[in-house]
Design a binder for this molecule. Structure first.
Ligand code: PEP
Length: 249
């Protein structure tokens, strides 16, 4: 049995008034939510504590990225130690926007995962190919490189969750078909096995334009253990629908 997750990545969105109305609308429906899946939200860094205060305690709050260092002269960075002190449950690492807009390398991602694990944060390790890489038939080699470099010298850990997010599907409205996603998830699982991870118990989430109307088809696939969702996690109604689907998967 693998843990099913439904995680929202709010990116650089949601004003204070959006957060207030989201929390109020969510609180009303949350009490009736079956609590099987692990659901959570990654807001902008300055809203982490506010969300922890406003959201039900069984809804996780986590960061969108973190530093590979615990403290020191790293202006603008987010310490895994501080995240842990604030009772954050997880951090994303290696999101494609961090890799492609801010030049995060596999080496840095590997260091961030190692540091986050020392503070007991669950790491949502994001991987995914770009459109040109898929079209050139390189999806598997790209993912294998990201996984082997990202998890280099890291012992298998139940705190590591993989999020497979094809870059061409993020924020574009183009979702991989369930068949396409399943095939790639099965491949990711085979690579985890190859590097000595307990692949059968590692959750692998899908991300890329997941919405209430396509989530069920994706969650039915045997190697898809939940979702990492951007746009559709911003509205309480849609996020609740996604959490219901995860709890019923
Ligand atoms: C994401 O931000 O990780 C993501 C998958 O975004 P979206 O759901 O909007 O494609």
């Amino acid at each position: 049995m693998r843990t099913i997750y439904m995680l929202g990545n709010w990116k650089m969105n949601q004003s204070l008034s959006d957060i207030n109305s989201f929390s109020e609308e969510l609180a009303v429906a949350w009490t009736n939510m079956p609590k099987i899946a692990q659901c959570g939200i990654a807001p902008q860094a300055m809203h982490l504590s506010l969300l922890r205060e406003k959201l039900p305690t069984d809804l996780m709050v986590g960061a969108q990225t973190c530093s590979e260092h615990l403290s020191g002269a790293f202006t603008g960075e987010l310490s895994p130690e501080a995240l842990s002190e604030l009772n954050m449950s997880f951090t994303l690492v290696g999101h494609s926007e961090r890799r492609h807009l801010y030049g995060e390398t596999d080496g840095q991602i590997n260091a961030k995962i190692k540091t986050a694990l020392t503070k007991n944060l669950r790491v949502i390790f994001c991987i995914g190919e770009q459109l040109e890489e898929r079209e050139a038939g390189n999806t598997e080699s790209v993912l294998k490189t990201q996984i082997t470099n990202g998890l280099k010298d890291i012992k298998p850990s139940t705190h590591i969750v993989i999020a497979y997010e094809p870059v061409w599907a993020i924020g574009t409205g183009k979702t991989a078909t369930p068949e396409m996603a399943q095939e790639t998830h099965a491949y990711v699982r085979s690579v985890l096995k190859e590097i000595g991870f307990d692949a059968d118990s590692t959750s692998i989430l899908y991300g890329g334009s997941v919405k209430p109307d396509n989530v069920e088809g994706l969650l039915k696939c045997k190697d898809i253990d939940g979702g990492l969702v951007g746009g559709a996690s911003l509205k309480a109604k849609d996020f609740l629908a996604l959490c219901y689907a995860a709890n019923n998967a």
